[in-house]
Design a protein around this ligand. Structure first.
Ligand code: GLU
Length: 279
């Protein structure tokens, strides 16, 4: 049997907090229990929000916790060619279209159509640019208008047929990506998106067990579809619970008090952090 390969994939947009420690320990232990491999991946495609000093801090905090991961660490911003190749394949399959809409355009169209205001991923795209003629799209592109690339979801779902994925707690799940609508696979400012980069990287890195918070459970419907469209291997998933603060609210990067740095500065030891995270 192939070895279990897990990963922890933070975005360097802030300092790690107790919730991240839980997620990283969860992934490392899942690999450790199976004598498998544990990877770290830095999801830094969002140049506007990611900062190099947070990457350094992430590695320091994880090492302080006692975690050991394989080298080299994959940094998404250095692999834009891999995402471009995946986009190219989807484009050749007729599954992508350029979208020139701004956020305001989308909110206006969605409100006017009386459609459900929000999908699993923010506004469900109402589809204006799906119907642009090739000439019109080319004219706007040539005029220098910026555009995103969207997946034609209905077409993609029809092409892929019924799909199932497996979660360690939920069991077999029928993939249902339609509620996401025509998701963005390449943003206006970055030539990829979370859904595309995470799916391509998990495949390229040979991840066999994707562990992450249950807040990303629904996103897996989209990832399973992309795997089918791109002929990628299908891992297993284990979506884990999210840690909450004393008031029962989910921990977020803005909760400075719960960062590993501030806990460490306050005298907490790695063993205490492990205990606080429930390990
Ligand atoms: N980079 C994502 C985050 O920090 C996690 C991606 C994933 O585990 O699939 O929320």
């Amino acid at each position: 049997m192939a070895p279990v390969v897990t990963r922890f994939a933070p975005s360097p947009t802030g300092h790690l907090h107790l919730g991240h420690a839980y997620s990283a320990l969860f992934a490392a232990e899942a690999a450790g229990r199976a004598a498998g491999r544990f990877l770290l991946r830095i999801e830094d495609i969002d140049a506007g929000r990611c900062r190099p000093e947070f990457i350094v801090a992430i590695e320091e905090d994880l090492a302080w916790l006692g975690l050991v991961w394989e080298q080299p660490v994959r940094r998404q911003s250095r692999h834009l060619d891999a995402y471009a190749a995946a986009l190219d394949r989807l484009r050749r399959g007729g599954l992508l279209y350029p979208c020139f809409c701004t956020r305001a355009d989308i909110a206006r169209q969605a409100a006017a159509s009386g459609a459900a205001p929000h999908g699993a991923d923010g506004w469900v795209y109402p589809g204006l640019c799906r119907h642009l003629s090739a000439d019109e799209a080319e004219r706007r592109r040539a005029a220098g208008e910026s555009f995103a690339l969207r997946l034609d979801m209905a077409k993609a779902v029809a092409q892929a047929g019924p799909l199932v994925w497996h979660d360690a707690e939920a069991g077999p799940v029928a993939a249902d990506p339609m509620p996401f609508g025509d998701v963005v696979l390449a943003r206006k400012d970055v030539p990829t998106s979370y859904h595309l980069a995470v799916t391509v990287d998990d495949a390229l890195q040979g991840v066999t067990l994707v562990t992450r918070g249950v807040d990303l459970f629904a996103a897996t419907h989209v990832h399973r579809l992309l795997q089918a469209l791109l002929d990628l291997p299908v891992p297993q998933w284990h979506h884990h619970r999210l840690l909450a603060d004393a008031d029962g609210r989910r921990l977020a990067k803005r909760d400075r008090a719960a960062t590993l740095r501030s806990l460490r500065d306050g005298g907490a030891t790695p063993a205490e952090i492990r205990r606080m995270a429930g390990f």
